[in-house]
Unconditional design. Sequence first.
Length: 262
Amino acid sequence: MKLTYDISKLEPYINWPYFFYAWQVKDEGEKTRLRQEAETVLGQLERRYHAYALFELFDANADGDDIVIDQYRLPLLRQQQGKPPYLCLSDFLRPQSSGQKDRIGLFATSADIGLETDFDSDPYQKMMVQLLADRLAEAAAERMHEQVRKEFWGYAKEEHLTIAEMLVEKFQGIRPAIGYPSLPDTSLNFVIDQLLDMKQIGIRLTESGAMKPHASVSGLMISHPQARYFSLGKIGEDQLHDYARRRGLPVEVCRKFLAANL
């Protein structure tokens, strides 16, 4: 399903601390000034640009460290360091051996490419708009996930959270994004693209699976009440080789994709 959002509808969902962090602004007075300027810019962008969400809900099961969706497999990685339990995202779905289907959501969100290309003549304005586009793509993911939980999937129909509570993830389930600590391999976007067809919202993939426009987010939606976020951390050569086998890719290709975790 494709959703289109006006900027004004997403503005309440913007997580401003990340915007300030991108500017490396720490002074509270400067934060106030910067936010006021950003809100003015958002008003100028209204009606000219939009953000988009694309999602589908699928029957799915876990098969070891893989998530199986129809004929597709989403190979994942398991923590190997720190204290147990050593988590993998597949832990939060029913195993195939249970004989019962579970559900999973896949999603992608993005902002109009013009937010990255239409402001080249003014470097400051270009940076401002690009950073706002990043926030809008994340805000679209937040708003979409709320709608999925309460309406489309409906596993949390009685949820009554403020936006502030949503931004600190007090909702049931998780929304792990590709490229983030539990899903570091951006090339998994190729699998998600096969299932969602991201070009519907203007997203194209680079050779490594990175998304263009840069202001894009993709990932999974998992409803399990005990599901939680975690960082994969470092993995060993044994897991790298096993992952490459499950991905059906040469080890050296996967080594490139997972360089930061080796």
